[in-house]
Design a protein around this ligand. Structure first.
Ligand code: DGP
Length: 115
């Protein structure tokens, strides 16, 4: 069940401010409030999906295509020189704390050294 009061739903409604990187009719990308890399951005669909499984099962093909277009445009705007990591935590057991589907984009020079 999607909770309309999760923080990303509030961000989408403009009830919580965000530092936007990219926005269109289907997608919002904004800086993570607690960055764990030099660049740490979250990309979310505007539709109400709890996680990547919900999104890939229930979003229309058009929504899914629009999401990945927004994802790519976000990466291009960030000028990461094709060096970045994507993470989609799924389920509380894997560390998902906000139950609105989101992809982390993280980039940091120290990623060369570790996993
Ligand atoms: P996850 O653990 O995968 O569910 O990631 C949720 C991320 O959301 C976490 O890195 C912190 C970030 N976050 C939580 N609340 C806010 C907020 O109000 N604003 C922003 N910009 N990020 C938030």
């Amino acid at each position: 069940m999607y909770d309309k009061n999760n923080v990303f739903a509030k961000i989408l409604r403009g009830e919580i401010p965000n530092k936007t990187v990219y926005s269109d009719d289907n997608v919002l990308a904004f800086y993570d409030v607690a960055p764990r890399a030099r660049v740490h951005v979250l990309v979310i669909p505007r539709g109400e999906y709890t996680d990547i499984l919900d999104f890939t099962k229930n979003a229309s093909a058009a929504e899914q295509q629009a999401f990945w277009n927004g994802f790519r445009k976000t990466v291009e705007k960030l000028n990461l020189d094709n060096n970045f990591r994507t993470i989609a935590n799924t389920g509380r057991g894997a560390g998902q704390s906000v139950m609105h589907f989101h992809i982390h984009i993280m980039s940091d020079e120290r990623f060369q050294e570790d996993f």
